[in-house]
Design a binder for this molecule. Structure first.
Ligand SMILES: Cc1ncc(COP(=O)(O)O)c(C=O)c1O
Length: 329
């Protein structure tokens, strides 16, 4: 059995939250300053979760809005359905946007806004710089969900509006909350929605304390995941049915393609049997799944692990378990 820990709120952030209970201090302002220190912006709104941020942003977007056919976030589509906003899904290459098809799509369907996650399926960076360049040429508003890349040195800046979750298990892991950074202020948000969904003082105290750690947490997660992708690719190089999707790219999870949905479920079950993670939490999920890839697969959610457990030794053992279960299935 491999002992691992699921991501939990850090002790110092818990302390900051406890101290905020009953306090008159304005933790909202502290959190705004802390967010802007990492992600410079002239307009920041902190809400109770990222889906509230998405709902609020979608409400104000011009249509039609474009998103991906897989590897995005289904909360965006749900908000569009509730708000009766027209959205289209661009066909991707296993979640990745092709710039030439995007250009054609924008022109053919007169796209006015785009919502994407900075990481496709949490496993590979979208070509964000090129996407934003295209958006600027065609007057399209780009909404970038940076939940998976907060702390990245530069990629998050290539958009009009940033949205991020500070829920769990996330890079900024506070169990609640999310924020909107309106970088270019080309859209104005509904004031009633901003007020209705506004984050409480305790969540803000957590964000103010936690967000400064995001560069280090992201870097450790990516490093461990890159190593896991590499050793698994190596071990599976002669396997005709299993391979790592987007194997040599930066991400925070590792996706293993399987033969069918049924074999993915079976393999995931056998891997989970070898992992000792308290409280019935799991770092293994399966596809097809819109939020990951709509491909039969087993996803090792490296991002869900406590960073203390993201060691080379644990990644080696995890890879051994995965390969052993593939070979014996
Ligand atoms: C990319 C992405 N965006 C948004 C959300 C929604 O976050 P929240 O739980 O804060 O509403 C999630 C949740 O997992 C997510 O993965």
């Amino acid at each position: 059995m491999l002992k691992l820990e699921y991501k939990k709120i850090s002790d110092d952030t818990l302390r900051a939250m406890r101290d905020a209970v009953g306090s008159n201090h304005d933790h909202y302002e502290d959190a705004v300053c802390a967010i802007r220190f990492i992600l410079p912006s002239a307009e920041t709104h902190i809400l109770n979760c990222a889906d509230s941020c998405i709902f609020t942003v979608v409400e104000s977007l011009p249509e039609p809005i474009l998103t991906v056919d897989m590897g995005g976030w289904n909360g965006f589509k749900k908000s569009c359905d509730i708000l009766n906003k027209k959205y289209l899904e661009i066909e991707t290459d296993e979640g990745m946007i092709n710039i030439e098809s995007l250009k054609n799509y924008i022109e053919d369907y007169e796209i006015k806004s785009i919502y994407i996650t900075s990481l496709c399926a949490y496993t590979r960076l979208q070509p964000i710089e090129e996407i934003y360049e295209l958006c600027n040429v065609h007057d399209v508003i780009l909404i970038l969900d940076i939940s998976g890349t907060i702390g990245h040195e530069k990629i998050n800046a290539y958009c009009d509006v940033q949205i991020a979750s500070t829920g769990s298990p996330k890079i900024v892991n506070c169990e609640n909350g999310g924020f909107i950074n309106n970088l270019t202020q080309k859209v104005a948000f509904n004031k009633h929605l901003l007020k209705t969904f506004k984050a409480d003082n305790i969540t803000c105290a957590a964000i103010a304390n936690e967000i400064k750690k995001s560069p280090e947490i992201l870097q450790k997660t990516v490093k461990a995941n890159t190593y896991l992708k590499r050793i698994l690719s190596e071990k599976l190089k002669d396997d005709k049915t299993h391979h790592i999707i987007h194997e040599s790219y930066t991400g925070t999870n590792t996706i293993i393609k399987t033969e069918s949905k049924k074999t993915a479920k079976k393999l995931a079950y056998h891997i989970k049997q070898e992992l000792d993670i308290p409280n019935n939490k799991s770092i293994i999920t399966t596809g097809p799944n819109y939020n990951r890839l709509k491909i039969p697969s087993v996803n090792v959610e490296t991002k869900n692990m406590d960073i203390e457990y993201l060691t080379k030794g644990n990644m080696d053992k995890l890879a051994e378990i995965v390969v052993d279960k593939i070979e014996s299935s």
